[in-house]
Write a protein of this length. Structure first.
Length: 103
């Protein structure tokens, strides 16, 4: 997919490795620590969002998203992701989307 759309300026590939939870973690922590699995990331994330779950019953609620947006945490996540770059095994480039949406 990345190769297919690499030269298409209308497409932004937003990766987060090893999982989307790493992007959520960057709202709280500036780390490029190696996380082998999403469960490893979730264990670290739960230090900040103790009730975080991948269950639809949790994800469908707005509270956890609102928490990620309080106290400039989105700005922190964007800064952390840019600072870390994409060179490590754990990274996120979701900041590209949010930078585009909020220039």
């Amino acid at each position: 997919m990345c190769q297919r759309y690499a030269n298409n300026p209308s497409v932004i590939i937003c990766e987060s490795m090893p999982s989307i939870e790493f992007w959520f973690l960057l709202h709280y922590l500036n780390t490029n620590r190696y996380f082998a699995t999403s469960d490893d990331v979730m264990a670290a994330l739960r230090r900040y969002l103790p009730t975080f779950s991948k269950q639809q019953s949790y994800l469908s609620k707005e509270n956890w998203v609102a928490t990620l947006l309080t106290d400039n945490k989105l700005t922190t996540a964007i800064h952390n992701a840019i600072t870390l770059g994409e060179g490590g095994e754990s990274y996120s480039n979701l900041h590209k989307l949010f930078t585009l949406l909020n220039p």
